[in-house]
Design a protein around this ligand. Structure first.
Ligand SMILES: [Fe+2]
Length: 370
C-alpha cells in the first residue's frame, strides 16, 4: 500500500508518531462488536448513554448521540435498547423532516406513499398551511386531532398497522400537549390468571370510525355524521375510515421479543360472542386497568426531542392544550408493519366485519341521540 503523505501540521493535529500513517490510526478506531454484558462499559466509551425511565415498566432516555451520524455499533445499541424498553427518547436532536425519515428507515420501510402520505416525515399540527388554527368543525380535527386524545395504537383499523412510530417536536404549547404512553406488555403481565384465561381466545374488531364515534362529544357528532354519511365506507378526512374492520386477538405476541401484550385501545370493539354493550364494558375495564402507574408515562415535549415507540406494545395519546391560542407541531414517521405478523385474522367472523361495524356504529349513534 502506498504511504500517505501528511503535512507537518496534520501530523501534529493527529498526533502521529514518525513511523505512523493515517491508515494505522483508522485501523485502530474500527467500532468493536459488543456483547450485552459489556454494554454499559462500551456505551460509556462511545458516550452513548441509555437511562431507563425511573419508576416505569418501559422507556429509556438516550443521550450522548447524534442521530444524523451513527456508527453501525451505535445503531446496534439503539436497536437492542428499543426492543428491550419499547420506547426511546432522544432529547435535543432537532432533526429536519428529511433527516428524521433517514433515521426512521433504519427501523424498516416507511409506511405508505401517495399525496396524503409521502415517503418521509409528515407534519401533525393544529394549524393549516395558512397558519390559521383548525376548528372543531374541520374534518382533520374531527377524525384525527380530537380522537388521538384517547388511548390507541396507530392504524390498527388498517389491514397492516405500522409496527413502529416516531415523533419529534417542532413547536410545543406552553401548557399541555404532552404525549402519554402505556405499556401493554406490562399490563398483560399484571393480569390475574382468570383474566388471562378469559381473554386467551378472544378477538375484537378494530375501526377508526367506531372508535371516534364512541369518544367524540355529542355536540361534534352531527358534524361527523354529515362528513361520513350513514354507513361506513372508505374515505380519507385527515385519517382513513374503512368499510371493513380487521379482527385482531386481544393478546398479541410481539414478533421480536415474543412477549404477550394486551391489544386494546380506542379502535377495538365488538368481541365476537358478546353483545355490543358487554364488549364495550369489558374492553373499557381492561384499558382502565392497563393504563395505570407504573405502566404509563407522559412526555412533556421540548423542541428538538425525538421519540420512537413500539406500536405493537404501547398505547399512546395526546394531551389537551389551547388549540386556538397555541401551536403544536410534531413530525411523524411510521414504519410499516409486517403482513406475516401484524395482519388481521382470517376467520369466518373476520369476514362479517362490514355488517358488524355498521351495526356497532348504529348502536353508538342511537345511544348518543337518546
Ligand atoms: Fe397516534
Amino acid at each position: 500500500m502506498p504511504q500517505m503523505k501528511h503535512t507537518k501540521q496534520l501530523r501534529m493535529r493527529l498526533r502521529l508518531e514518525p513511523n505512523q500513517t493515517l491508515e494505522t490510526i483508522v485501523s485502530h478506531t474500527v467500532p468493536i462488536k459488543i456483547s450485552t454484558k459489556s454494554e454499559t462499559h462500551m456505551m460509556t466509551t462511545r458516550q452513548l448513554k441509555v437511562e431507563p425511565l425511573p419508576g416505569a415498566t418501559f422507556g429509556a432516555v438516550i443521550t450522548g448521540i447524534d442521530l444524523t451520524n451513527l456508527s453501525s455499533a451505535m445503531w446496534a445499541d439503539i436497536e437492542a435498547a428499543f426492543n428491550e424498553h419499547g420506547m426511546l427518547i432522544f432529547p435535543a436532536q432537532y432533526l429536519a423532516a428529511d433527516a428524521q425519515a433517514i433515521f426512521a428507515k433504519r427501523f424498516g420501510s416507511l409506511e405508505g406513499a401517495g399525496p396524503k402520505r409521502a415517503d418521509g416525515a409528515r407534519s401533525i399540527s393544529n394549524r393549516r398551511p395558512d397558519r390559521t388554527a383548525l376548528t372543531e368543525r374541520d374534518p382533520t380535527w374531527l377524525t384525527l386531532s380530537y380522537p388521538t386524545r384517547h388511548w390507541h395504537m396507530d392504524g390498527t383499523f388498517n389491514p397492516v398497522p405500522p409496527k413502529i412510530c416516531m415523533l419529534s417536536a417542532v413547536s410545543i404549547p406552553s401548557r399541555g400537549g404532552q404525549t402519554g404512553f402505556a405499556d401493554m406488555s406490562a399490563a398483560y403481565d399484571a393480569l390475574d390468571q382468570p383474566t388471562r384465561d378469559r381473554i386467551a381466545g378472544l378477538n375484537s374488531y378494530h375501526s377508526n370510525l367506531v372508535g371516534t364515534t364512541r369518544v367524540l362529544p355529542q355536540p361534534n357528532q352531527e358534524d361527523l355524521n354529515t362528513l361520513v354519511g350513514d354507513a361506513p365506507q372508505d374515505g380519507y378526512y385527515g385519517l382513513g375510515y374503512r368499510a371493513d374492520a380487521p379482527l385482531r386477538p386481544l393478546v398479541k405476541y410481539h414478533p421480536v421479543t415474543r412477549r404477550p401484550s394486551l391489544f386494546v385501545g380506542r379502535h377495538a370493539f365488538g368481541i365476537p360472542g358478546m353483545s355490543g354493550e358487554e364488549s364495550e364494558r369489558f374492553l373499557n375495564e381492561l384499558e382502565t386497568f392497563a393504563c395505570r402507574l407504573p405502566r404509563v408515562y407522559e412526555h412533556k415535549w421540548q423542541v428538538g426531542d425525538l421519540i420512537v415507540f413500539d406500536n405493537r406494545r404501547l398505547l399512546h395519546r395526546a394531551c389537551p392544550y389551547d388549540e386556538q391560542g397555541e401551536t403544536r407541531e410534531l413530525l411523524n414517521c411510521r414504519i410499516a408493519g409486517d403482513a406475516q405478523t401484524d395482519a388481521g385474522l382470517a376467520t369466518v367472523e373476520a369476514q362479517r366485519s362490514v355488517e358488524v361495524q355498521r351495526a356497532e356504529l348504529a348502536r353508538l349513534r342511537r345511544r348518543k341521540a337518546s
